[in-house]
Design a protein around this ligand. Sequence first.
Ligand code: DP6
Length: 323
Amino acid sequence: MNATTTYTARAHTNIALIKYWGKKDEKLILPMNSSLSLTLDRFYTETSVMFDEQLKDDLFLLDGSKEKNDKISNFLEIVRQKANITAKAKIISKNHVPSTAGLASSASAYAALALAASKAAGLNLDKKELSRLARRGSGSACRSIYGGLVEWQEGIDDQTSFAHPIEMSRDFDIAMIALVISTDFKKISSRAGMKRVVETSPYYPAWVQNTAKDLRKLKQAISKNDFETFGEVSEENAMKMHALNMSAHPHFNYLEPDSIKAMKIVEKLRSQGVSCYYTLDAGPNVKVICRRKDIQAIVDRLSDSFGQEKVLVAGPGPAAHLI
Ligand code: DP6
């Protein structure tokens, strides 16, 4: 095999409403529980891949600068094995997330890489196989293969752990407002944080049981187009995840004082009749789930406290695709 054609893929980030927080198999990235997310239109990664036998090593350029990244080479090894090739690859990746947002994510990165690299290696994977492949790079990436609302069914092995889209009624009205609290790198990566929680939190078994219930409730709310229950269950699930972190040994916490301030603002707006709910991942940024008609009121209120440039509005985004 000489140099192959370059393939470029675009994949969007997703925000989990029922969180994935813990693995039952670290190598295969099999989660302890199923999760459910919304793929977002505003934030995405574009990645080009070309395999070339002349290359001595994989070459990875992220946003214009050369990076050394063993995780990416390990991931490409999986692709090479599947395609039965040995050539190294040139990977050019660009994150389309406002540079100050602190919202760049491994989900869009590995979903785009899975699609571009598998194509460039001559594989023609269907969506289920792509989702399984993306999962091997980063768990949450398996959900970014699809657009809209997506469930990652935990499965019991490599074959059975993948994502699939959730039917959303045409009038299911949802938007997300991201409030950027900090652009600092994570104190503890998701990977390290969830591992510590699984190993040390006395509440971990309760999380697994409860999250399965939350997922059922959320799916029921989606099918009934019941936005209030949808928001309530999402918010509660996120808080359970953050409570787990505080119960780990040594305990840790992603929230910053401004995260709490923003959460209080959302609660206040809610008490005034605006239907809005928050969720947070492995960082201090607060994401507010709302209906489209309420976007402006929420943006105005958050901008008053944090500045307009910190408030970013997103809607449901598309599946990963080649460009
Ligand atoms: C809090 O998918 O980044 O965003 O599989 O170890 O790469 P690895 O973890 P990652 O974890 C995401 C955690 C989360 C919740 C979620 O997206 O479900």
